[in-house]
Ligand binder design. Sequence first.
Ligand code: 6PG
Length: 251
Amino acid sequence: MVTVYEDSEALSRAVAQLFAQEARRAVEARGMFTVLLSGGETPRRSYEMLAREPLRSSIPWHAVQLFWGDERWVPQDDPLSNLGAARRAFLDLVPIDETQIHPIPYESSPHESALSYERTLRSFFGVDAPRFDLVLLGLGENGHTASLFPGSAVLFEPYRWVCEVYVAEQDLHRVTTTALLINQAALVAFMVAGKGKSAILQRVLEGPTDPNEFPAQLIKPAQGRLLWLADHDASRLLSERTLREKQTTPA
Ligand code: 6PG
């Protein structure tokens, strides 16, 4: 389902509210809320809203366990670090203990970082694939999500939950969770904003199914819900057919 918001501020508010609502629901049901966060620029405003009222005090922070869907292979204090961005946007401002924050580590190589994070996930969740209460994802203009880039060897990874990737256009090593892992989640929410994303959003949702070219199409939770949350600008090329299914929400 695609839900369209009037502008990026309304979209950001909806994503922050979704985080808070799912946190309360999961903590009531099981005493814990596990979430896989997206990097990139789009969620930053939502993260800031989590640290401000009225949402801040509505979130059971003591029971939140935070993981990341992907990370640049850079030290944690590097400006490119997704962890660093999340710390600045909200982690430094909310009552959460360091033991509840599970970043993708910067080890001696991208491969070591990926193996280490896989161990972290396996020791936290046990042998079964983690069923995250919420996975937040962004969409790149080339159809990538997390660090699952077009044509990458890790797209159809059958065993590993975390893999290293090299992104030649950026000359950057990254570490990503795999579609195998993400698709075990109870709820996956894509957040897409801005005119620059309209063409790729249209192709991912309405174009031919070609996950090798549009990796975001790999994301289909096996036993969970999938939400596409977009602002008006990002959704402007969607067809009448998709628009009929969409739900327009006022700002
Ligand atoms: C990251 C991501 C990545 C991101 C998209 C969209 O760490 O960069 O997790 O998949 O969500 O590239 O990025 P923007 O939100 O910055 O457009």
